[in-house]
Design a protein around this ligand. Structure first.
Ligand code: PEP
Length: 246
């Protein structure tokens, strides 16, 4: 049985003043059935972890470098995130792929780094609007999946997030049939490669998830939760999404 998961991606948003949102989440979700992960900017990882104290909500990074240390100005190692209190890290987000030229090979190395540091990697895949309209979505996603995931991926150390690029931050959401088609194809590819282990790997949907569409998305086959961007910044927006999954 796969435990449901909702992860919030704060992107490049959040300062110390926003720790009040973490306080509010901690009060609202003292004993959640689902797994909740908040991924603030790297500057806030340790403060969010400290604010949550012993509470069950987890903290994640939004990226890590493949190396453990070295001459990589501005980068953060997976081990550093883990030391700061993170248990998860988002990798291969389309904004990282676009802004920083991250290829599947780079993402693959980063996922291995996350595993080395005992972090759960939330690995993002998803097609552009052009690819969707060109009918290549399943091929694109299968290619990203094959090249981004290392052989050591397990149900414990890896989560896959399907995030169509055209749905991120746009208010546009694929139909539940479209989501089910891609999630089903991802599950099939994972089974081909990882056998029975694949049945435990959680598949999140991401892209304009909000309180008013969460229930329908969560009722879709092979959706084990969501990766939420904009609606994760305020606990009053995020909590109803968690409620829809509980
Ligand atoms: C994201 O950034 O991963 C995301 C899904 O963003 P949004 O929910 O704002 O579309």
């Amino acid at each position: 049985m796969r435990r449901k998961l909702v992860a919030g991606n704060w992107k490049m948003n959040g300062t110390g003043a926003d720790l009040k949102e973490i306080d509010a989440l901690g009060i609202a979700w003292a004993a959640p059935r689902v797994e909740i992960v908040v991924c603030p900017p790297a500057t806030l990882v340790s403060r969010v972890a400290f604010t949550l104290g012993g509470q069950p909500i987890r903290v994640g990074g939004q990226d890590c470098h493949a190396e453990q240390s070295g001459a990589h100005t501005g980068d953060v190692a997976a081990e550093m995130l883990a030391e700061a209190g993170a248990t998860h890290v988002i990798l291969g987000h389309s904004e990282r792929r676009a802004d920083h030229g991250e290829t599947d090979a780079i993402v693959h190395a980063k996922v291995e780094a996350a595993h080395r540091a005992k972090l759960t990697a939330i690995v993002c895949v998803g097609e552009s609007l052009e690819q969707r309209e060109g009918g290549t979505t399943l091929d694109v996603v299968a290619g990203q999946l094959a090249a981004s995931l290392p052989d050591g991926a397990t149900a414990q150390n890896t989560v896959v997030a399907y995030e169509p690029i055209w749905a991120i931050g746009t208010g546009k959401v694929p139909s539940t049939e479209q989501i089910a088609e891609v999630h089903g194809a991802i599950r099939d590819k994972l089974r081909e490669r990882f056998g029975e282990e694949a049945d435990g790997i959680r598949l999140l949907y991401g892209g304009s998830v909000k309180a008013d569409n969460a229930e329908a998305i969560f009722a879709t086959a092979d959706v084990d939760g969501a990766l939420v961007g904009g609606a994760s910044l305020k606990s009053t927006d995020f909590s109803p999404i968690v409620s829809a999954l509980e």
